[in-house]
Design a protein around this ligand. Structure first.
Ligand code: OSB
Ligand code: MG
Length: 374
């Protein structure tokens, strides 16, 4: 296989309900869709799901676009390859910029699977025919509004709910949701908002008493030691998200017992090949994994569903239906959940078609290697 054309489309989609985390609030997202075309005219799609601002990780939409334009597009055009991992070698010397790389990894995997006429899930080694989805709920202005959001999602059939927490919005919302839903699979995600202090230990001990499935990323990404100390103190498993951007980070987590669950995000780990390797390493260590999300549009969301079909994804993934976030998606049909479960597509590649005309007409920025010098 050889890629001889790449197009990038920067697209904004408004959120149907604004989303607030410990760092900020957002009302819409701007992602970059990556289309690669091979010498035979076959096409693969990927998505760069970087947030606009460097608050989740260091990347932004702008840095991702720059790295894509200056380094990734020139790297993927030309080399011949049989497996996506081989193409990924073309950018191995580029440090960091995992979200940007993930967009190209997805496109290569989609092209690879479509060319072989197999679904992406099958190409990755997935075994499930459907995946269980959980919802992630942002910080709400009041407890009443949070309880209304939880009620809405539980009624829609989701059996796992994750609540975003931050200092000052933690024990109270958990207590309120837990007392309304004693048996709900409930977990919390701090996005690294806590400092390693005595006050935080008290908050974590209080959360530990509420039967949470996990406490996700309480401390800053690089602080494996603080996570290990906290894990030794709690019976609730700690889950790492931002901390683990490559396999070496996962080895550090395992060696230090800094967490007992791993959130695998395709974007955070630079693509599907690394994500699959992380799945295998965690499986061998007896650590369960689930697939986290970055509010992906249909392309990235479909890839998350395919990845979640691998056997060690034993916890519900953040692959809730696109309709929870967007009134209109970039693929047809959109990725949808029914009673909290998403079917794994059986069509070739990601199993959803990109609405190219709509994407082209609505793109805020476009790059096409057939018309631009790269
Ligand atoms: O930590 O999982 C996170 C969204 C933006 C940044 C960080 C996170 C999230 C989510 C999204 O929780 C969940 C989803 O995509 O459904
Ligand atoms: Mg998280």
């Amino acid at each position: 296989m050889r890629i001889d054309r790449v197009r990038l489309f920067e697209v904004n989609l408004p959120l149907v309900h604004s989303f607030e985390t410990s760092s900020h609030r957002k009302t819409g997202l701007t992602h970059v869709l990556v289309e690669v075309t091979d010498a035979d005219g076959r096409v693969g799609w990927g998505e760069i799901a970087s947030p606009a601002d460097p608050f989740y990780g260091p990347e932004t939409t702008t840095t991702a676009w720059t790295i894509a334009e200056r380094y990734l597009v020139p790297a993927v055009i030309g080399p011949s390859w049989d497996a996506p991992e081989q193409l990924e070698d073309a950018w191995r010397r580029i440090r960091g910029h995992e979200f940007a790389k993930a967009g190209f990894s997805l496109a290569a995997w989609d092209l690879h699977a479509r060319s072989a006429g197999v679904p992406l899930a099958g190409a990755l080694g997935g075994t499930r025919t459907e995946v269980v989805a959980g919802v992630s709920l942002g910080i709400e202005p009041t407890l009443e509004q949070l309880l209304a959001q939880v009620a809405r999602q539980v009624e829609a059939g989701y059996a796992r709910v994750k609540l975003k927490i931050a200092p000052g919005w933690d024990v109270e919302p958990v207590r309120a949701v837990r007392s309304a839903y004693p048996d709900l699979d409930l977990h919390v995600d701090a996005n690294g908002a806590y400092a390693d202090t005595a006050e935080t230990s008290a908050v974590m001990r209080a959360l530990d008493a509420h039967g949470l499935t996990m406490i996700e990323q309480p401390y800053a990404p690089r602080d494996f030691v603080a996570h290990a100390r906290l894990q030794a103190m709690l019976s609730t498993p700690i889950c790492l998200d931002e901390s683990v951007v490559d396999i070496a980070d996962l080895q550090t987590m395992l060696a230090l017992d800094a967490g007992r669950v791993l959130n695998i995000k395709v974007s955070r780990m630079g693509g599907l090949s690394v994500a699959r390797r992380a799945h295998d390493v965690a499986r061998d260590a007896g650590v369960p994994v689930w697939c986290g999300g970055m509010h992906e549009f249909g392309v990235g969301r479909a890839a998350n569903v395919a990845l979640s079909s691998l056997p060690n994804f034993t916890l519900p993934s953040d692959v809730s239906g696109s309709d929870k976030y967007y009134a209109r998606d970039v693929v047809v049909p959109p990725v949808l959940a029914h009673e909290g479960v998403v079917p794994v597509p059986t069509a070739a590649g990601i199993g959803h078609e990109v609405d190219v005309d709509w994407v082209r007409q609505n793109a805020s920025r476009t790059l096409d290697t057939t018309t631009a010098a790269v």
